[in-house]
Ligand binder design. Structure first.
Ligand SMILES: C[S@@+](CC[C@H](N)C(=O)[O-])C[C@H]1O[C@@H](n2cnc3c(N)ncnc32)[C@H](O)[C@@H]1O
Length: 452
């Protein structure tokens, strides 16, 4: 497909996403089904473009003085992908193009970019300040208006900076599986996909965010993946899992195991000793864990599923660690899934909060005296974290907060550099809030509570 057709396709998908309010994945898949002539490169280009346009939806509307899907896509090409205004003017009038530029579009697309170059990753404050002047700085508020009070509450005067980092693209992060191989050997096997060690954790590697217009490297098809040497897992998720601490030989319950990303990381920390239990209230979510666990070489895992009528009653007050990777809005993953920020509603936030209160209460009974509960969400919102823990502690005086960073350190996964990088992420209540302006990873919140 030529640029003209790709632009039209991106506009069509963007419009469909906004009209139907379906996940972007669905809108792209539906478009793909009715446009089978599009090749893999076209699809990568088109979805990369829509994702980038969504990342900065409001800023692009301001830059284009137009809130339409067409303006967002043209603005993204001009200001984020550096396609010249002349090339765009030519492409739109070609066959399959979306039609000639309006006067307003021509004028806006010829103006200087209001953005810092997206490619360079997370910018320093200085770079951002020198690039954005006066009111332009205010334009970086690419999140729904209704969330402004919550975002100001958590980030105060740093809100713009932090939220700008959430508009960047995410890298492909990998966890090197020590149940199957040595990190060095896994890294050597990952050379073909240009993965490099992440200096913060002993077992993390990274493939830098691919060019948005290109297809991401297929990690899951390389031999190292099939041998179980490596898992795809965001660095933030890996750091969160490390809060389980030193758990070799321990009894550990992963209470919201879902597809098992954290389960596999916990198993590696346990070195196949002790006993790890994986549970989720939704049996369908647990399904992938069976083959993932096999591939990753887990030997001390029991998957308990409500589908099989299996309960957890025998584990009451017996667990050294109960790991709660709670259901949440996923606000911390906006870099990877920018569509979710525009789909999130106040009602959904309320629903997640109710689920979080329920899950905390249910999970707590499995912690043995002296054991600990690790609370994790991939959300930066205080409403989903600090507020939930405060409410829980009010009714559970036998639990107290403990410094999450100490347990992360005890896991043995953090390097000295990692410890230093995490220090600024410690909250006043000794939890860890990761945000991509501080650690280039998804926004995870992690807290540890000890049972007396
Ligand atoms: C964030 S996801 C878990 C992701 C998973 N730990 C991973 O790393 O791949 C949250 C999970 O909590 C589960 N969940 C929600 N409420 C629950 C409850 N009351 N008890 C157990 N699991 C629950 C959901 O089904 C969902 O799979």
């Amino acid at each position: 497909m030529r640029l003209s057709g790709r632009i039209s396709a991106a506009i069509e998908i963007f419009e469909d996403f906004e009209t139907r309010r379906v996940p972007l994945k669905t809108a792209i898949a539906d478009w793909g089904r009715s446009n089978r002539y599009a090749g893999a490169k076209d699809r990568a280009f088109i979805s990369g473009l829509v994702l980038d346009a969504l990342r900065r939806r409001k800023s692009l509307a301001a830059a284009m003085d137009d809130g339409s899907a067409r303006a967002a896509v043209l603005g993204a090409l001009r200001f984020l992908w550096d396609v010249s205004a002349d090339d765009l003017a030519e492409a739109v009038v070609e066959e399959h193009g979306p039609g000639a530029l309006s006067e307003n579009e021509t004028q806006c697309l010829s103006a200087p970019s209001p953005f810092i170059p997206a490619k360079a990753g997370i910018q320093t404050n200085e770079a951002m300040d020198s690039h954005l002047h006066g009111n332009e700085r205010d334009k970086i508020s690419d999140y729904p208006d209704w969330l402004a009070p919550q975002i100001e509450r958590v980030f105060a005067d740093k809100a713009e900076e932090v939220m700008a980092a959430f508009c960047e693209r995410a890298d492909i992060d990998l966890r090197l599986n020590t149940l199957k191989t040595m990190p060095e050997k896994a890294l050597a096997a990952l050379k073909t996909v240009k993965a490099e060690a992440v200096p913060l954790l002993n077992t993390a590697a990274r493939i830098a965010a691919p060019d948005p217009s290109e297809k991401a490297p297929g990690v899951t098809v390389i031999p190292a993946f099939n041998k179980g040497w490596v898992e795809v897992q965001d660095l933030g998720s890996q750091i969160a899992a490390s809060a389980a601490g030193a758990i070799k030989g321990a009894q550990v319950l992963d209470y919201c195991a879902g597809g098992g990303g954290k389960t596999l990381a916990l198993a590696a920390l346990m070195e196949n000793t002790g006993q790890l239990y994986a549970w989720d209230r939704d049996p369908r979510r647990l399904k992938p864990l069976f083959h993932r666990a096999k591939r990753a070489g887990l030997r001390a895992l029991q998957i308990r599923s409500p589908a099989g009528g299996e309960g957890l009653d025998d584990l009451e007050a017996k667990m050294d660690v109960v790991f709660v990777d709670a259901p949440c809005t996923g606000a911390g993953t906006w870099r990877r899934h920018p569509d979710t920020k525009w789909r999130l509603t106040e009602k959904q936030l309320e629903t997640r909060i109710a689920e979080q209160d329920a899950v905390l209460k249910e999970a707590a009974r499995f912690v043995k005296p002296g054991g600990r509960l690790v609370w994790v969400t991939c959300s930066f919102l205080m409403e989903e974290n600090e507020d939930r823990l405060a409410a829980f502690l009010e009714t559970h005086p036998d639990f107290t907060r403990a410094p999450a960073l100490d347990f992360m350190d005890e896991s043995g996964l953090l390097t000295e550099k990692g410890k230093a990088a995490l220090a600024p992420c410690v909250t006043p209540e000794s939890a860890i809030r990761l945000t991509p302006d501080k650690i280039r990873a998804d926004g995870f919140f992690t807290a540890v509570l000890i049972r007396a």
